[in-house]
Design a protein around this ligand. Sequence first.
Ligand SMILES: *Cc1c(COP(=O)(O)O)cnc(C)c1O
Length: 412
Amino acid sequence: MSKPVTDLIHHPYVPPDTFAAPQPGVFKASTVIFANVAAMRARDWKSKGGYTYGLHGTPTTFMLEERIASLEGGKHCILVPSGLAAIANVSMALLKSGDEVLIPDNAYGPNKALAEGELKNWGITHQFYDAMKPEDLRSRIGPRTRLVWLEAPGSVTMEFVPLAQLAAICRERRVTSVLDNTWGAGIAFNGFDLADGAQRVSGSGADIVVHALTKYPSGGGDVLMGSIVTRDDQLNLQLKLTHMRVGWGVGANDAEALLRSLPSLPLRYHAQDAAGRTLAAWLQARPEIAQLLHPAFRGSPGHEHWRLLCGAEVEGSGLAAGGVAAGLFSVVFDPRFSMAQVDAFCDALKLFKLGYSWGGPVSLVVPYDVATMRRKELGTWPHKGVLVRFSVGLEDVQDLRADLEQALPALR
Ligand SMILES: *Cc1c(COP(=O)(O)O)cnc(C)c1O
């Protein structure tokens, strides 16, 4: 007879295994138990046919991986603790000393910082390219180029780059391409099969798609997670090996939060899109605004590229013939307003909170000094005014509009 303290750990009761509920269970494990040594030795961590160690996957993380792979139109998914970790995992897996990586000048800032601050120390060089000009990418691909980053639209400045053309250049030059698809979220377009108008062309997109699940898939503003999705078995294995070696596992409670949010992802995405367009249209008409940067609006840089890729009417979007976009846009204020005046406008907002990130219930706003974020020699930022990026949450859109209206007088 064992002592009660041991029974607390090794209790004979096993619950019946026919439990069924709308949501999958949360399996938490730092390690897993094997029936015998032979089973322990036979288990292969690379196979999803079983479990070897908490870091290598649990039923909860496997389930989330399969769902994210489907969302993105891929075959394999690797989960990591943040969107930035997904970016780092890809770069670490595919680049070695002497290689070069090409990154759009308008990429998510920390991706550029990773190249400048870490990859450089490992003997990996980088170039920033103008993603609005496919010829600029083509001219920079050299014998040492091993990886090209793609992202649409550009971070903060929102220009929608010609993704299909950029991906085609990478394929033609046999360089691996990786798309940061956080904006599209698997809803606005498929990163592996880019559409040209109504026609979706199989295999015309990126080789790898990363996604900050932190944003729309979480939707709560309370979870950090990233995904790396591929269709190619070999490429997945290469990424997975790095993932194993660096130990970037995710927690079961975070995975469960994602699994709970995923069913409402399309609804939230389309609702935030509709609200974003309402507010963008209202701001565009205001005399304080010099330029609206929202890919779904005519006159916004790259609008034609957005139209080709995301412009078809999508069932359930509720936006008749209006295509699909995220609830994210920027405006450039008239140059007569100083940074301090625009800061005062942002400070005067009540419902829009000051904060990075997007995709959650709370609307967020950030003022940016874009000139300091872009390479002058590429000339990708022609504006003089201060830019403010808006991320639309789930509040009532008329309340949000009234918030913008009451804050504008703070400019003066
Ligand atoms: C937020 C974001 C990331 C990074 O995600 P984290 O989970 O915050 O690390 C990467 N790419 C894009 C485009 C993002 O918006």
